[in-house]
Structure formats: C-alpha cells, structure tokens
Design a protein around this ligand. Sequence first.
Ligand SMILES: C[S@@+](CC[C@H](N)C(=O)[O-])C[C@H]1O[C@@H](n2cnc3c(N)ncnc32)[C@H](O)[C@@H]1O
Length: 202
Amino acid sequence: MWKAHLIGATFLALFLFARGKKMREMRGNKRKVEGLQELCECLPSGLKGLEIGSFAGESAQIFIESGRFEKLYCVDPWNDGKSKKPDVEVRFDVVAEQHPEIVKCKGYLQDHVHDIPPLDFIYIDAQHKLVQTYQFVFQSLLLAKEPCWLAGHDYDNRQYDGLIEAIDTIFGGHMDNMVFFEDTSYMIKVDRHRGKIETSKP
Ligand SMILES: C[S@@+](CC[C@H](N)C(=O)[O-])C[C@H]1O[C@@H](n2cnc3c(N)ncnc32)[C@H](O)[C@@H]1O
C-alpha cells in the first residue's frame, strides 16, 4: 500500500514541477515581470518599438500593457515549425490577437527592414552569443531614430559571457549611462551623431 502512495506522490511531484517550469518559462516569476515593468516606467509614451526574439509573447505583452507603445514590431523566426515546443508561436499569436499594437514579423530582422518604421525603442532577447549580439545591436541601430532607447535581456554573468562582452565593448566608455533592472535587462539612451554613438541615461 505504501508503495502505491509513494508512486502517486512521485507522479504528483513531477507533474507540479513540470507545471511550475512551464509557468516560469521566460518571465513567470514576479521579479522578472517587475524588472521589465520598471524598465517600461523609464520610457515616454507613443513609442514605436522593436523586439528581437519574442518567443511566446510574454515580454511583448508586458511592453504593450505598460501603455508606452503605439506599435511593437516583434521579430522571431519561431523556428519554422522545427521547435521542440510547437505551441510557442500559437501562444504568441494569442497575445498578438489581444493586442493590436503588436505587429508580428516572422523571420529575421533583415527580412523585415522595409516593414519597420524608424524606431524609438529596441529590445534584444534572441541569441545571446558575442557575434549575434554585435549583429543585433548594429543592425537594429540602423533603424533607430535619434535618440532611441536600446535595451535587452540577460546581462547575466553566470550564463552569457558573449553577450556581456559585446555590450561592454560596444558601449565601452558609456557604461555609466547603462541602467540595469532586476530581471537582468539593460537599457541605454543612444544618439548617433555622424556615425558616432553618443549616449545618456534613460
Ligand atoms: C529568450 S526567447 C525570447 C523571450 C521573450 N523576449 C520573453 O521574454 O518572453 C528567445 C527567442 O529568440 C528567437 N530568436 C533566435 N534567433 C533569432 C534571430 N536571429 N532573430 C530573431 N529572433 C531570434 C527564438 O526563436 C526565441 O523565440
């Protein structure tokens, strides 16, 4: 009899663990949601924004619900159906349907440059490696208005050395103007003057 109870308890624990993991998938925990909400509070309203890497739309929903965004262009390949989690794109579509400010841009940034207007805000949350981070920052800054708020996720030295190296190198002398949030997001206000990057605190 005790064996049956033990097996039952093990299944229940596994079920609860799996459910908790799914709920925490990207930003399920309160700290991560609040960090991004705090970032939004630094922004003015009426923004045209870009998110590179939207996954199931959790961060996109937080951006839109902040009331700061007129439009948010969400770029993600959603893995052409090859994802191990096929429901991710469907979940994004549900969020996008509820928020008409979201414009879904399936694919890569270079596929959508002609659909995206000059941007006030950029949020990078895709591949977190060195070369890709450089690429995302410079590609997206070409679409930026002056000034533009450039932000991203996972400035986290336990996991993403490449991302940190890229951001530290690009904004080398400007890190005093970089603001960090509880969810490991970073943000800086960028002005490009004749090809040179100038920055200020958001
Ligand atoms: C960490 S998830 C994004 C999480 C989302 N921002 C959130 O907080 O809810 C990373 C996403 O980046 C996407 N991605 C990977 N490479 C990309 C690329 N080159 N351009 C745009 N998105 C990319 C992946 O498909 C994945 O959905």
